[in-house]
Design a protein around this ligand. Structure first.
Ligand code: SF4
Ligand code: SF4
Length: 326
């Protein structure tokens, strides 16, 4: 079997929503990148090795500073950009993903074949299917002589297209304990790209998920620039190392910023050394300042809320990002 790129593994072939919207041979959009003299739409993804580093604080400020962009909140497991931006939801769509077996007792003859066949012990001897244990493999449905078991699609969450004062935003809400967040990330990101292409926007600004798992891989696949927010702690360094390995797999040298660097200047220096030796471009450091929390409480990006040292540092980092991305 040929080896497929990771991104192909999360295509939903049953969805009517285009996960890959850029089929240029069918494209008649005058704003399309092919028809814009080759000006390619840029994708800036902001990630961190883990939650709580200040990723969304910085993304929100970038959103306030960036011109002509579409935003995508790809942190679908714990989306929070909408709390700051108070979006006006224009469209709501269901996100369906995976399947669960449903048994019809009116047709079942209680032969017990499905109970034996289910490797996940999801079917009780009384022929009840536990939807939590069911992995949706479909074996029971396949072997049932009575065709008493049907596979039904799961409703796993919702995704939205909204307007904000900073421009269009695509965001989502994954259901509790729902899986396939990588697929939802891809969907959110590609919808944002579609809006950007159709509207003639230059940039898709993506608030990525934390960690280095499937959702992060989905968010950085195809990115022009990956911006990593880290913090001056041992776990911040380890997370940066993991993220840097991941981005190098995609041939991307990440831009890095150390948030709250003054809380541990020695560790900040260690991270600086790491960046120097490992091809990461450290483009800024931001001081700890309680005004960041104050700005969040007031639902404003810190660059709008204040003009203090932290806001100035973020503005400088954004200018450097812009210089690199354009
Ligand atoms: S295999 Fe089909 S007929 Fe047999 S017990 Fe299971 S559901 Fe009923
Ligand atoms: S779909 Fe698979 S996991 Fe679910 S009940 Fe049937 S055999 Fe078990």
């Amino acid at each position: 079997m040929p080896v497929l790129p990771t991104i192909l593994l999360i295509i939903d072939t049953t969805s009517s929503i285009p996960l890959f919207p850029f089929e240029h041979k069918f494209c008649h959009n005058e704003n399309c990148c092919n028809l814009r003299g080759g000006t390619k739409l840029k994708e800036l993804v902001v990630i961190s090795g883990k939650g709580g580093t200040g990723k969304t604080v910085i993304t929100a400020s970038f959103a306030a500073l960036a011109k002509n962009k579409v935003m995508a909140d790809c942190d679908v497991d714990a989306a929070d950009l909408h709390l700051l931006f108070q979006p006006e939801v224009k469209e709501t769509h269901q996100f369906r993903s995976g399947k669960t077996a449903k048994l019809d007792m009116r047709v079942c003859n209680k032969c017990g074949k499905c109970v034996v066949a289910c490797r996940f012990e999801a079917i009780s001897p009384g022929f009840r299917i536990d939807p939590i244990s069911c992995e949706g493999c479909g074996v029971c449905s396949h072997i049932c002589p009575q065709k008493a078991i049907k596979m039904e699609e799961n409703l796993s969450g919702d995704w939205f297209i909204s307007n904000t004062k900073y421009g269009p935003m695509v965001h989502a809400k994954l259901g509790i304990a729902s899986e396939n967040s990588g697929k939802l990330v891809t969907l959110v990101k590609n919808q944002a790209k579609l809006i950007a292409e159709e509207g003639g926007y230059d940039l898709v600004l993506i608030d990525g998920p934390p960690g280095i798992g499937c959702p992060v891989i989905a968010s950085i696949a195809g990115a022009s620039v990956v911006f990593v927010v880290t913090e001056p702690t041992m776990s911040g360094l380890h997370d940066l190392e993991r993220v840097a390995k991941l981005t190098s797999h995609f041939g991307i040298s990440p831009l890095v910023c150390i948030n709250k660097y003054d809380l541990n200047t020695r560790m900040a220096e260690t991270i600086t050394q790491y960046c120097r030796q490992n091809g990461c471009n450290l483009i800024g450091k931001i001081r700890f300042d309680p005004i960041v929390v104050e700005s969040l409480v007031n639902k404003k990006p810190v660059v709008e809320y204040s003009n203090n040292e932290v806001a100035v540092a973020i503005k400088k980092i954004w200018e450097e990002c812009l210089r690199i991305i354009t």
